[in-house]
Design a protein around this ligand. Structure first.
Ligand code: OGA
Ligand code: NI
Length: 349
C-alpha cells in the first residue's frame, strides 16, 4: 500500500505502460538487461589514512591508487575518510523525516524547508517509456540554499555540518587527481566553492512491480566527482568492461565516482562511468550524494592537447543536459562536446 508520503509511482507506471503498449517499441520499452542478475563485486578500496603517513612513498602510492582507480573504474571506495559515523546516523534520521512528509507538501512550489522550488524530484517527469521511469524520489539541494542559513531547522543544520566536512574530502581528492595529471593548481579551490556544490538525498521505496523498472535510470554525473553515502540495502550498479556489475555495500566506506567534468578536464583519462540503481521488492533504500560542482561561469577545458572535447562553461553544459532531458527523456552528456579529434578517436577505440 502506498502511504500519503509516497509519490504516485503506480499511476505513472500504468500510464507509461499503456502508452508503450500502443506503440511498437523494442522489448515493449522494457530494459531486458534488468532481468539478468549482475555479478557482485567489491570496488577498489582506498585507505585514506595513508595520506597522513610520514613516509612519502606510502602517501604517493595512495595517490597513484586513487588515480588508477579513476582511470580503470571511474569508481572507488574510501575508508578512514575522517567523517564520523555520528553525522551519518543524524543525516539518515533527518533524511527519513523529510521523505515521510506528505507527498503534497514535498511537491509544493513554495519554499519547503528553505530549499529552492524544484529541489524535490520523483519518478522521471520527462519519461517517455518505462525504461526512463525511476522508482525513487530525491531532494536535489543547491548548497547555497543551506550554507549560512543553518539553525533554521535541524535538517539544514545537519546538512551544513556534513557539507563542510565532505567538501574538504572532495577538494582533497580533486587536488590529488589533478596533481596526478601533472597539475598542481588551485583550480578546484577557486572554482568549486562549497556553495556551488549540491547535495542529493535519495529515497528508493520498495518496488513490488515484478520487472523492468529502475530505481534510478542509467546515467553519468554532470560534476567533477561525487561522494556517495549509501545504506546496506544495495542496488547500485556500474558498467565495467561493458557489463553491469553490482556494488557490494561496505558500511565503513564512502563511494567516489568521477563525473563528466573531470573526464573532460582530464581529456578522457579519468572515466565518468554509467551507473544505475536497481529496485528492491521489499526493502526501502536511502542514499546521499555530494556533487563537486564549479560555479556556472567556470570554463572546463582539457588539461592536455589535442583536446577531445571542446571547452565549455558549466552553465552551457547544464543547459545542454537539461534541453536533452526535456526533448529525449534522458541526457546525452559529453558526446555533445566532442571535437573532430575526439570523434575520430572514438571510432578507433
Ligand atoms: C545519483 C546516484 C546512486 C545511489 O544520485 O546520481 O547515482 O546509489 N545515486 O543512490
Ligand atoms: Ni549518479
Amino acid at each position: 500500500m502506498d502511504s500519503v508520503s509516497d509519490p504516485p509511482f503506480h499511476e505513472a507506471y500504468k500510464i507509461l505502460f499503456d502508452k508503450t503498449r500502443n506503440t511498437i517499441q523494442e522489448n515493449n520499452g522494457f530494459d531486458t538487461d534488468l532481468l539478468v542478475a549482475a555479478e557482485e563485486c567489491e570496488l577498489p578500496v582506498i585507505d585514506l589514512s595513508c595520506l597522513e603517513n610520514s613516509d612519502e612513498t606510502v602517501r604517493e602510492e595512495c595517490k597513484s591508487h586513487i588515480a588508477r582507480a579513476s582511470q580503470e573504474w571511474g569508481f572507488f571506495q574510501v575508508v578512514n575518510h575522517g567523517i564520523s559515523s555520528h553525522i551519518f546516523s543524524r543525516l539518515r534520521c533527518e533524511q527519513e523525516k523529510v521523505f515521510r512528509q506528505p507527498f503534497e507538501k514535498k511537491t509544493k512550489e513554495d519554499k519547503f524547508l528553505n530549499f529552492s522550488a524544484g529541489s524535490y524530484r520523483w519518478g522521471a517527469p520527462t519519461a517517455t517509456c518505462i525504461r526512463q521511469l525511476s522508482w525513487s524520489e530525491a531532494f536535489h539541494i543547491p548548497l547555497t540554499d543551506i550554507l549560512g542559513s543553518s539553525g533554521s531547522n535541524s535538517l539544514s543544520w545537519t546538512i551544513e555540518q556534513y557539507a563542510t566536512t565532505v567538501s574538504r574530502l572532495a577538494q582533497t581528492l580533486a587536488d590529488i587527481l589533478a596533481e596526478k595529471m601533472g597539475h598542481r593548481s588551485s583550480f578546484f579551490k577557486e572554482n568549486c566553492l562549497p556553495n556551488t556544490c549540491y547535495l542529493r538525498l535519495n529515497r528508493y521505496p520498495p518496488c513490488p512491480t515484478a520487472f523492468g523498472i529502475h530505481g534510478l535510470m542509467p546515467h553519468t554525473d554532470s560534476d567533477f566527482l561525487t561522494i556517495l553515502y549509501q545504506d546496506q540495502v544495495g542496488g547500485l550498479q556500474l558498467v565495467k568492461d561493458r557489463k553491469w556489475i553490482a556494488v557490494k555495500p561496505n558500511p565503513d566506506a564512502l563511494i567516489i565516482n568521477i563525473g563528466d567534468l573531470f573526464q573532460a578536464w582530464s581529456n578522457g583519462v579519468y572515466k565518468s562511468v554509467e551507473h544505475r540503481v536497481m529496485t528492491n521488492p521489499k526493502l526501502e533504500r536511502f542514499s546521499m550524494a555530494y556533487f563537486l560542482c564549479p560555479s556556472n561561469d567556470t570554463v572546463i577545458e582539457s588539461c592536455r592537447e589535442p583536446s577531445i572535447y571542446r571547452k565549455f562553461s558549466f552553465r552551457e553544459y547544464r543547459k545542454q543536459v537539461g534541453d536533452d532531458v526535456q526533448k529525449l527523456g534522458s541526457k546525452i552528456g559529453l558526446p555533445r562536446f566532442l571535437t573532430h579529434e575526439g570523434s575520430s578517436n572514438i571510432g578507433s577505440t
